[in-house]
Design a protein around this ligand. Structure first.
Ligand code: AQP
Length: 339
């Protein structure tokens, strides 16, 4: 549950349809949205324009898009309460991205670590879209004048940039049009790490399937992956202080806390000094009891493509209505001719 009072307008967030949705996306993002929709109007987008910033993601765009829609609904997002739609179906996202790019100094983009990570050594050959990705993200949020953006830790820097861009627009035009969006970094697993390397983020693009629990994994997959998850040769710790120096253990411990909703000290008391066999068995149980249900429900929804498509169409119509109104206002503020 969100503890602070949310009085700054609606909630916006999204997931890229890039396949391999995983436990990080679930715990760091989607699961938290289910509670938020009880308190606020929410918009949950499938951000396909972001996905095409990486060329390989274009191959399975349609099926990955439906997979995200199925994941949202199977996790408990209610399409009657929250708007669920595909980003490219609402043209205001691209239109506002251009406008906001004219309010974004290149120096701000040069600081973005995600671009540096994804472009790697080949930054001269990286597409412009990958570089300007955070401007499109600012447009996604500001198009709906959203006040809150629930995301995992990894998106914090992009969100800070969205705030700067909103302020820059407001200041330049001397208006108070865009609310300054706040990140909501929620839950106990805001940065879920790879099961094979506790210093690396659990990620869709990791070539090893054993690095992550996928939201479509069945019971057997989950069992195998937890059994094989990297630990170390020391016993389970007797306090949470030295966990930072044991990244794999820290990660499994955080996943356990988050999924079981058990108190940290209670978990430590239960397993302290023991080897990891029993802990892993119990970790498997808590993950499996939740994720395998989501996975089964996802398969069911994915077998009814028409249902998902209809729902996304309605979501896009509703989103378009808000977006078009706001774009009209923004154009007035800029002083564009509107003939
Ligand atoms: N490991 C993670 N822990 C916690 N939260 C995470 N999120 C992603 N990975 C983790 C959160 O999930 C939401 C949707 O993310 P996205 O669709 O933008 O995907 P991503 O962050 O690009 O996911 P990956 O797995 O890291 O993809 P690749 O490998 O392509 O880079 C966001 O709220 C994000 O914070």
């Amino acid at each position: 549950m969100v503890e602070k009072k949310l009085d700054k307008g609606l909630v916006f967030s999204g997931v890229q349809p890039t396949g391999n949705l995983h436990l990080g996306n679930y715990l760091g993002a989607i699961k938290n949205w289910v509670n938020l929709q009880k308190e606020k109007p929410c918009i949950f987008c499938i951000v396909d324009l972001h996905a095409i910033t990486v060329a390989e993601n274009r191959f399975k765009l349609k099926e990955n898009t439906l997979e995200v829609a199925a994941a949202y609904i199977s996790s408990g997002i209610d399409p009657k309460k929250s708007k669920i739609f595909i980003q490219s179906n609402v043209s205001g996202h691209s239109e506002l991205a251009w406008i906001l790019s004219c309010h974004t100094p290149i120096g701000w983009l040069n600081r973005m670590t995600q671009f540096k990570d994804k472009a790697g050594k080949n930054k001269e050959k990286a597409p412009l879209g990958l570089y300007s990705y955070p401007v499109l993200m600012a447009a996604d949020i500001l198009l709906y004048k959203s006040g809150y953006v629930p995301v995992g830790e990894d998106q914090k820097q992009h969100l800070e940039l969205s705030r700067d861009i909103a302020q820059s627009f407001n200041r330049f035009h001397d208006v108070d049009f865009f609310p300054i969006p706040e990140p909501l970094i929620m839950g106990l697993a805001t940065r879920v790490m790879s099961l094979k390397d506790g210093t690396k983020k659990m990620s869709k693009s990791d070539p090893s399937d054993y690095s992550r629990i996928n939201m479509t994994d069945n019971t057997d997959d989950i069992r195998k992956k937890i059994q094989k998850a990297k630990t170390d040769s020391l016993p389970f710790p007797d306090n949470s202080e030295n966990l930072e120096s044991r990244p794999e253990i820290n990660n499994l411990f955080n996943i356990f806390c988050s999924m079981s909703e058990m108190n940290r000290d209670k978990i430590i008391k239960e397993y302290s000094g023991k080897d990891f066999k029993k802990f892993k068995e119990d970790l498997f149980e808590v993950i499996n009891s939740e994720i395998s249900k989501v996975s089964v429900e996802m398969q069911k929804l994915l077998s009814d493509k028409g249902y998902l498509e209809d729902l996304l169409k309605v979501g896009a119509e509703e989103a378009r209505e808000i977006a078009e109104n706001n774009i009209r206002e923004i154009k007035k503020i800029i002083n564009f001719y509107n003939l």
